[in-house]
Design a protein around this ligand. Sequence first.
Ligand code: WTA
Length: 695
Amino acid sequence: VVPARHAAANPLRQPRLAPRSAAPAGRRSLVTKAVKVADHTEARQYIDTRHHAHIHNHREYEEMYKRSIEDPNDFWREIAMSNFHWETPIPEQHHSHNFDVKKGPISTEWFKGGRTNIAYNCLDRHVKEGHGAQPCFLFEGNDPGRDGVVTYEEVLKEVCRVSNWLWSVGVKKGDSVAIYMPMVCELPIAMLACARIGAVHSVVFGGFSSDALASRIEDCKARVLITCNAVKRGTKSIVLKKIADQGCDIAKQQGFTVEHCLVYANEDATSKEATNMVAGRDIFWQDAIPKQADEAEVEWMDSEDTLFFLYTSGSTGKPKGVVHTTGGFMVYAATTCKYTFAMQPGDVYWCTADCGWITGHSYLAYGPLLNRATQVVFEGVPTHPDAGRCWQVVEKYQVKQFYTAPTAIRSLMRSGEEWVRKHDRSSLRVLGSVGEPINPEAWRWYHEVVGEGRCPIVDTWWQTETAGHMITNLPAAWPEKPGSASLPFFGVKPVIVDEKGNELEGECEGYLCIKQSWPSNIRTVYGDHERYETTYFAAFPGYYFSGDGARRDKDGYYWITGRVDDVINVSGHRIGTAEVESALVAHPQCAEAAVVGYEHPVKGQGIWAYVTLLEGVEYDDKLKKELVMSVREQIGAFAAPDVIHWAPGMPKTRSGKIMRRVLRKIAAFEEDQLGDTSTLADPGVVQQLLELRGK
Ligand code: WTA
């Protein structure tokens, strides 16, 4: 190839924030702006896109949507049977679910009894149908000029070789394999190789630290790790292998041994010779893989066999291993990809997400391949070597669908329009947004400057747990409102409930829940079904609770108002405040920490950390740096606090609970709206914190 704590103290049993009034500061104001300036962008104007879309207008959508909700069993079976290969056909009755904790254990099954393989559907199927010579990946390296093309047939062969290697080291169906790699084509290839033999992949984002890698390896018991020696991101070189080695060492100290480590040599970043290799454990991809046969057996999987684990942050405790299964994930990722991006086979598509996050799973490694797209795999960052890189790549490959996060748009917006206008973007047809609410200013810039008003914007709301788009507009099918994800996808029944769990009708605001199962809803939390039930189903019995707040307007459009729990969304990365707090408290001089999100002009939300030091320790700048370092080491650079706010005292209630509402208001410079502070054990703390802000 070319180059916890949960059961007893369930935080959700009593949702702690009243919608609107107490939503996290940063989030709420973004959305408030959206409401004020909302306008309609008529769907009629998108002439080019409409020719290619699968749904042409609201009426077509409504008919199909109605059927998907009324008869999900048949609706999805028909799609699954007609668009995918099943080695054993799906039985007529294949679906069941229980979302109500009062009726017994939470469970979901889709296409049960049908046997398939997602890697076969991504690759073999297309090659057998004569499309082997179609480009599959267009690789674009960190530095311009480092690039290359691989066809579907070549990817299939490489996947088979990696599958054979996995077999040769004893990996069997159901075993976990950890993958810790940068965005080179070998990352999705490694995922597909696992899927082909029924191994469960657990991809760990390359920006995570050795501690974070170790805890994920241990949790899912991955005896095999696939990694890379190093990577260049912009002008920086990161020696990934060193972090991987440390991760393996940490796991070993805890009693878990990684037995085999396959190391892709990314010669652009560092040489093989300069790479530390552990004898008996490590082998280079380039030495091991070319020796393997380029054909491999396919493991036919029951639809409900596990496909992957992906760890994600929640309100409390350590990250959860979200479990997704084979058939439901395959059908839902592919179908959303097709409709949301108006995707046709052969389209050149580019998703800038990393495979370490769910977006890279559903809309890079799997969805586009299931639709036989040709896709750009980009190793670098949008601002290297300059702020025109994305548009230069769009022009170079004639990209039709471009999918990115609002944070990237906001950062490019700051560099100015000239970087965009320098490059021809006439190939673009659909622009996608994911990961956080898109503020109308960024929406307009994306729409008018990048898309020249020709391209609909699909604002896709979804989550690691949902594995696919849940609320999104379909291109050119109905008018857009900047800042609203608009209407639910087929098979998705969103509801907005109040704090008691009553469904609200019409125009309303409250907690966003989903009423019935869809093919790729989270099946469980790996190794902790009880935590799964508590986190997602206990707060509002009968519903899947998303953790987000939402508003529904008079046209039935949904506006996501942001998380109502202690999760913050930094540059589209989901971070639990509890994780950052525990990384801070791990510093020997830190007595207590409380972390909140605040509105950040580029990242969406930034991390604001209040820190109390041990008695007698002096508050100084050196310590601030050490505290930030502690978070970088334990989680990763992307979770580093933006602000450390010294807090000799925290605003606590008499029972000792930190009043986060007060901390959010101080971070938002909204101290005039602190609300009732009379229940604080020591109301003087607030004044002290205000004095220390910025110090
Ligand atoms: C937020 C990323 C508003 C939301 C796919 C959700 C969004 C969390 C949007 C999931 C959007 C994602 N508009 N908010 N279009 N997309 N979110 O698991 O708060 O990394 O709960 O999945 O991101 O983040 P996750």
